[in-house]
Write a protein that binds this ligand. Structure first.
Ligand code: CP
Length: 305
């Protein structure tokens, strides 16, 4: 599979996803063997306009395990010529002359698409703007479901939290919509529900979904509970909807979940999941981060080969 740029989830077809997962499985074997030197002459630039722990480090880990080299700025606004007002396009043209692939997290929706439009060097979207997309996170999420539940067709997934602004849930909804008989439960207070553009996409593709706010009602029904961060400061103080307390997983709430269901979270978590749950075998969020390196190795190979 040869990819030019990785911009949004919609660009992946089912055959591409199957190939990507097979490649990620092969990457697992490479990591166990101690990595490879196959990409030792390749350079990856990670250009981040927003903070990141997982995406930046897992891409850098992926590139290092492939034998490649990395250049990195974790605060492009402050530590690059962006601070003098250089345009995104100029920055990309220049960095593209220094690297073989650019992993870009941008603070504006569509920023990564703009970069790809003028770049001959492959661009990978590491998250763009509030409410944009985060396709590589969604791919590792889907890979985690595939590994843990063993099938994606027919899976029932609850996406929980701030769905209005969350880019991971938007990208994941697009990907889930490609599979047969999938059921998606969007669980959020009405003011933070999934935007209409995603619902329109699911309608066009005849994907079953429901909009819910009652978390406890949905938990026993689903195979996957995908929590997202609810930044409490975004919820009006006077609002009776403050969902922070309602969408919280502790031992009592875990009892409502099926014994073979999994609990996912793109992380970082704030207060959505009690740390006491980490020891429960259904807590898949740290296994998710490990899968992130394998998927990102596979994606790098797909743009570099
Ligand atoms: N899941 C995720 O995107 O985490 P970071 O913001 O730490 O990269």
């Amino acid at each position: 599979m040869k990819l030019q740029h990785i911009i949004e989830s919609q660009q992946f077809t089912l055959p591409m996803l199957n190939e990507l997962f097979s490649l990620a499985d092969q990457m697992g074997s490479i990591v166990i063997r101690g990595g490879t030197l196959d990409y030792q002459h390749k350079i990856m630039a990670s250009l981040f306009y927003e903070p990141s722990t997982r995406t930046r480090f897992s891409f850098e880990s992926a590139m290092l395990r492939l034998g490649g080299k990395i250049m990195s700025t974790e605060r492009a606004q402050d530590f690059s010529s962006v601070s003098y007002g250089e345009s995104l396009e100029d920055t990309i043209r220049v960095v593209g002359n220094y690297a073989d692939v650019i992993v870009l997290r941008h603070n504006q929706i569509g920023g990564v698409k703009r970069a790809a439009a003028i770049s001959t060097t492959p661009i990978i979207n590491a998250g763009d703007g509030k409410g944009g997309q985060h396709p590589t996170q969604a791919l590792l999420d889907l890979f985690t479901i595939y590994k843990e539940i063993k099938t994606i067709d027919g899976v029932k997934v609850a996406l929980v939290g701030n769905l209005l602004d969350g880019r991971t849930v938007r990208s994941l909804a697009y990907l889930l919509g490609k599979y047969e008989r999938v059921k998606i439960y969007f669980v959020a207070p009405p003011t933070l529900q999934m935007k209409q553009d995603i619902l329109d996409y699911l309608n066009r593709h005849n994907v079953w979904y429901t909009l819910e706010s009652d978390f406890n009602k949905i938990l026993p029904e689903v195979d996957v509970v995908y929590m997202t961060r609810i930044e409490e400061e975004k919820i009006p103080a006077a609002s009776i909807e403050r969902p922070f307390k309602r969408y919280f997983i502790d031992e009592e709430v875990m009892r409502l979940m099926q014994s073979n269901a999994i609990l996912m979270h793109p992380l970082p978590r704030l207060n959505e999941i009690s740390p006491i749950i980490d020891a429960d075998p259904r807590a898949a969020y740290f296994r998710q981060t490990k899968n992130g390196v394998l998927i990102r190795m596979a994606l790098l190979v797909s743009v570099l080969d």
